[in-house]
Design a protein around this ligand. Sequence first.
Ligand code: BDP
Length: 700
Amino acid sequence: SNGYGLWLDYTKIKDKVVLEGYRSQLQGIYLEEGGATLKVIGEELTMGLGTLLDTNLKFNALGGDGNMLIVSKYMNLPKNLTEKMEVDDLKKEGYIIKNVDMEGGSHVVITARDDIGLLYGTFHFLRLLQMHKPLKNLEIVESPKVDIRMLNHWDNLDRTIERGYSGFSIWNWQTLPDYIDQRYIDYARANASVGINGTAVTSVNANALILTPHYLEKVKALADVFRPYGLKVYLTARFSAPIEIGGLKTADPLDAKVIQWWKNKADEIYSIIPDFGGFLVKANSEGQPGPQNYGRTHLDGANLLADALAPHNGVVMWRAFVYSEHDPTDRAKQAYNEFVPDDGKYRENVLIQVKNGPIDFQPREPFHPMFGAMPNTPLMMEFQITKEYLGFATHLVYLPKLFEEVLKSDTYRKGKGSLVAKVIDGSLNHKKLTGMAGVSNIGTDFNWTGHPFGQADWYGFGRLAWNPYMDSKDIADEWLRCTFTNDEHFVGPVKKMMMESREAVVNYMDPLGLHHIFDTGHHYGPGPWVDNLSRPEWNPVYYHKADSLGIGFDRTKTGSDALFQYAPEVQKMFTDLETCPEEYLLWFHHVPWDYRLKNGRTLWDGLGIKYQKGVDQVREMIATWEQMKPYVDDLRYKQVTMLLNIQLKEAKWWRDACMLYFQTFSKMDFPKEMEAPEHALEYYRSLQFPYAPGIRPSWN
Ligand code: BDP
């Protein structure tokens, strides 16, 4: 295997007992007839079962002899089957997989209300086989907990990808619409296999050209490929498009001509792509145009686009990632201040898309205070699957662990148990519209994601968007078995390595609540010393605030009081040093260098010990991987080995650069647990990147 096949790279089951069991259970297939999605199901079963069981499958009519796999919508199943099934809980896109015994045989039935449900059920069923699960006593009832489960591609029209580390954009705008790259199909299939049902194909730093007829024809071609897989297309809408491609003098959201322009544009798009999903918008953020350019608000802007899309059932995903250099308060507070006062005033088809934390996809952030604070507005989650601040596609960091931590955080907005997951699935405030987005890590690299383990982040994002209560460990288990092998000698240790990898990166980059101490522009290596960028809140020194007294950002009442934006229980927990988890210590507090941590050591020692621990954890990962050679193909074995060695080198780089720099303030000796740095601080400060992918020109 070379990695292109992802977790869907079916291979013949080697375990004889398992294989024979499956063969006798699956003597034939009944697949309902129908349109494009049913055809896709047939292909997937032919290829999947054909390969896994190494047989030519027989598609039969219902009612013959033998044990069958029956794939059919509920309404089309014969009564003697449906009477044995309970479908009340089955929602749109959901499915049931169940054993039903009848005269003639013992069958496995996959049923659903719609074709896409059948497709999702089919993928689930194939996963059971890939994982060697028994096909007896199946009683699987699955419905998605979140409506919109989508990828956000930060892909530019010239095929570069902002924060993309796996090659160039897979969308070839030059050869579209006439040339359909096989990748588009494989992409749709992979997404469907984990329940992803939407994709915004263009960057949030948008180019208005995508909304011109020339490009819309190309987008239509993609939408046509994706449709059978249940994947809807969304586009990013540049707020100034009415000026740039519409010839208007203004983009003021209250201007009648502008209102008409967006309405016409929406009508035009839907005439080309009837099931178009809607717009994703970054406005008045980091130089992007928006309603505030005209003295209007985010509310005005979002509702303008919502009204244009509403007749076609389209949605607006308006991003909350806004912060202004003119606002002297803490950057972490700004999104909440902008949006929360307008809770309940947004149109019904608007979702506010909120990053998981209040700053920007750091290795660890507390959950965003907007979650739970807007009970009358749908808030959707934005995770970043591409690892802008977690070592790009070079470091092995299993992200679903991070996602899970956020989703299981308690907002306390309606008392204990008001988890972020409940905000996202809408259950906390009975939301009608729900969503989760992940900034894609996919590119033209042969294996899609650069690092072979980056595939697990795509996979895991999809699984969590389907069910935000899933355990990241179970997801790792699934992914490993489907992608590599079921051999327990492999699955056990590698799963452990994945589960620990997130804490490792926090330890060697940003321990104890440190954040945003990355070097300028590329955000790859350490740059805690950077203080020369034009906007204060782009500089690492703004975030760590190290001085002779101590380190950390005081976000309590004595500081920026960002804590005020959380529910009282959360405020209290983070404010009190006794109860503030040490993971968030320097996020919320400026603490003296000789402050005593829970283990009795000084903060300074604790910092050094954490950095060292991160390095040691990567060493352990390498030791684990070395044992895995017998279970993995040579190619991926070598790739991961090389990448882990880079990760070790860079973990040390982070440790040494940060500790040497912070030492200029603490003036204390390194703790005895810490290995001595290999170079002097000046060396680390002088390191330059000749080339780092994914940066926009003149970006911070
Ligand atoms: C930051 C990235 C920047 C994005 C921005 C965003 O550095 O490239 O444009 O987020 O989310 O993480 O809009």
